[in-house]
Design a protein around this ligand. Structure first.
Ligand SMILES: Cc1cc2nc3c(=O)[nH]c(=O)nc-3n(C[C@H](O)[C@H](O)[C@H](O)COP(=O)(O)OP(=O)(O)OC[C@H]3O[C@@H](n4cnc5c(N)ncnc54)[C@H](O)[C@@H]3O)c2cc1C
Ligand code: FES
Length: 273
């Protein structure tokens, strides 16, 4: 997998499209070239058939790309018209996507454990990050937050727990769940689980994806602990490949970057969260 491959148009076939939590679906598509070339943290833009008036593609991250099987797994929330039509796609249906798009996660240069933090449907790219780290022999802990137990993508949490054990560390991996209402795991926001972990265990870096307030909170905790933090951002997107400038991300040093090309993964210190 590489993230210097330019986005191209690919046909995909739906293999599985199943509900996995409240308003949340797991989509497995067959797209062999994409599965070979997409890197953790990159995304794709899917065309959902069914409405000629809806011309914009839907940007979605992925959780697993299996080059041998030629498949890519996505997990998405139904929030509006496009994702509702996506949820109605049946196995065997075909459409197109563009990808691999954007700049993904980077494996930390310094040896040591990473703390992964996911909120809501920020979980899929965090699962991809975990796979990338596990393949590189880098250890990780994770905190996964959801609104409540019904919205928690439990299979994703199990995947994080079940990935190959850390090769460089003999201490057990911690994968903590938080829910806003306490219906699963720790009651509260992810930051309430991140803070004690940072005090208790040693990390070289944080990697986070989720809603903007969550990312601000996680980046503040990383800053206080003097740790680098990569964040994966979401923006409304038009073209998805750098042509329309509608996905601006404000830079801390002034000016703007494009979420669809320079991101979605940024160094938290370089952007205004
Ligand atoms: C790089 C990237 C990766 C993403 N990965 C995932 C993923 O793995 N899983 C997932 O569930 N969602 C992901 N999203 C968000 C997803 O693209 C939107 O939820 C989707 O486009 C909404 O389309 P819609 O037509 O159903 O909703 P609309 O009817 O267009 O909008 C419904 C609501 O969702 C908001 N919304 C629409 N598009 C976006 C967007 N791009 N970012 C944030 N909010 C949006 C709207 O403001 C509105 O409040 C990602 C977005 C980006 C930019
Ligand atoms: S979505 Fe068009 S430039 Fe980023």
């Amino acid at each position: 997998m590489q993230d210097d491959v330019r986005p191209a148009l690919h046909e995909f076939v739906v293999k599985v499209n199943e509900p996995v939590a409240q308003d949340t679906y797991r989509l497995l598509i067959e797209a062999p070239e994409l599965a070979r070339t997409i890197a953790a943290g990159q995304f794709m833009n899917l065309q959902v058939p069914g409405d000629a008036s809806h011309i914009l593609r839907i940007p979605l991250s992925f959780s697993c790309a299996d080059a041998a099987a030629g498949t890519v797994e996505l997990v998405y929330a139904v929030v509006g018209e496009g994702t509702a039509r996506l949820a109605a796609m049946a196995p065997g249906q075909r459409s197109t996507l563009t990808g691999p798009s954007g700049t993904g996660w980077r494996v930390p240069e310094q040896p040591g454990r990473v703390l992964l933090v996911a909120g809501g449907v920020g979980l899929p790219p965090v699962i991809a990050a975990a796979r990338m780290l596990a393949a590189a022999g880098v250890g990780f802990d994770a905190v996964v937050g959801a609104r409540d137990a019904a919205h928690l993508y439990e299979r994703g949490v199990d995947e994080l727990r079940g990935m190959a054990p850390d090769q460089l560390c003999d201490c057990a991996r911690r994968v903590l769940v938080t829910t806003d209402d306490g219906s699963a795991g720790i009651r509260g926001f992810v930051t309430q689980a991140v803070e004690p972990l940072l005090a208790e265990r040693t990390y070289v870096q944080l990697m986070a994806c989720g809603p903007a307030p969550m990312l601000r909170g996680v980046a503040e905790l990383a800053d206080a602990a003097q740790l680098p933090c990569q964040v994966s951002l979401e923006r409304l997107m038009g073209c998805g490949f750098g042509a329309c400038s509608c996905c601006n991300v404000e830079l801390a040093a002034g000016g703007y970057a494009l979420c669809c090309q320079d991101g979605p993964v940024f160094d938290a210190k370089e952007v205004v969260l």
